[in-house]
Design a protein around this ligand. Structure first.
Ligand SMILES: [Fe+2]
Length: 366
């Protein structure tokens, strides 16, 4: 009998397919500015959200720039506010023009240009522009991945934000009398259903990284001097992401300063990287091809597992980088090859890398 629901794909004896990295994508500042103006010129929508997804057709199902990273551009005119919404995707937000206010899970975040903040999953949020100038922001979301899994759940105009409830008293009589236990003498355990459906809760708060404060810390890294072989950046770290070193459960956001005329060493990682450059100019070499960029450009600089290096030109570069590293660390799949002559490590699983920061700091001392 013929069945259409499934088929067997015979891989018997077949070699593993070679990995072919995707192509980088550059969205120039001019295109972003034109889209901001176009969105600003539309009639105000009912939900208040003037927004465009920035879509790379090569990223597969779901509207995304990299397969696991959706990027959207939102605009709010003076006096506008969005209707509340929530979804099971999480976001990193970055203000690229003007200023505004986010109300996330009841917390008010007043942000300015180049500030970053996160929107936790399932948190009700809205945006307000109570300034007298146009506001634009970039939003990075794992919605693309959830769309690929067909489980992106969005609730328009949800009822009043229901924050995490008070901790409930544990009623021992309702719990499994057995708890989680070892199976035989091994490390293989069995967990009862009562624990399966009531995992430990880690609250994810909306946090705010104001650019003025971040910049003051970042500029100190310029003093590391030309011999420093690491990257001059800070991760906008959310403690709720723990050992996965994230800003959200899926992404890290880093802000980098590249002093003039500095080139990275070529490297690669399975996490995809998207850069927003907001000062200076430079170029990236990705899988042997050169791409030029300048302040205001957004670029998929490192499709997963593509060999790449970035270089600044004659002035200092500031950039926001979003990578889906925390998700990969959680999966144990974050292969990272810092030196192409040496084997990769699975970060957080087999090990990691060191820089020469201690040496460079000692040498930089007067
Ligand atoms: Fe990289």
């Amino acid at each position: 009998m013929e069945r259409s629901e499934y088929r067997f794909v015979d891989h018997t004896g077949a070699p593993a397919p070679a990995h072919r990295p995707a192509e980088p994508v550059v969205i120039p500042r001019e295109a972003i500015e034109a889209e901001v103006e176009r969105l600003a010129g539309r009639p105000r929508p009912d939900n208040g959200r003037r927004v465009s997804a920035i879509v790379n057709p090569a990223s597969g199902p779901g509207e995304a720039l990299a397969p696991g990273i959706a990027v959207s551009l939102s605009v709010l005119l003076p006096g506008e506010r969005t209707r509340p919404v929530r979804h099971n995707s999480s976001q990193v937000n970055f203000c690229i023009r003007g200023r505004g206010t986010a109300v996330v899970a009841g917390r008010r975040i007043d942000y300015e240009q180049y500030d970053a903040w996160n929107t936790p999953p399932w948190a009700v949020y809205e945006h307000v522009n109570d300034s007298d100038e146009l506001h634009a922001r970039l939003t990075y979301s794992n919605s693309a991945l959830l769309e690929k899994m067909n489980v992106h759940v969005v609730e328009e105009s949800p009822a009043a934000a229901a924050g995490p409830g008070p901790a409930e008293d544990t009623d021992e009589s309702a719990a499994s009398p057995f708890g989680t236990f070892r199976l035989g003498g091994s490390d293989a355990h069995l967990m009862p259903y009562e624990k399966l459906i009531n995992p430990d809760v880690v609250e994810v708060a909306p946090l705010h990284w104001p650019w003025k404060r971040v910049k003051a810390e970042l500029d100190k890294l310029a003093a590391l001097g030309p011999s420093y072989a690491g990257r001059r950046l800070y991760l906008l770290f959310h403690p709720a992401t723990g050992r996965t070193n994230g800003t959200t459960q899926n992404f890290f956001a880093t802000i980098t300063i590249r002093p003039p005329d500095i080139a990275d060493r070529a490297h690669r990682h399975t996490a995809a990287a998207i850069n927003y450059f907001f000062a200076g100019s430079g170029d990236s070499i990705v899988e042997g091809k050169r791409y030029e960029w300048k302040a205001g450009d957004l670029m998929l600089t490192a499709p997963g597992w593509a060999v790449h290096r970035h270089a600044s030109h004659g002035e200092a570069v500031y950039e926001l980088t979003i990578q889906d590293s925390p998700l990969n660390i959680a999966m144990g799949s974050l292969l990272w090859q810092e030196d192409l002559k040496r084997p990769p490590e699975a970060l957080g699983l087999t090990g990691g890398f060191a820089t020469n920061r201690a040496d460079a700091a000692a040498r930089g001392r007067p």
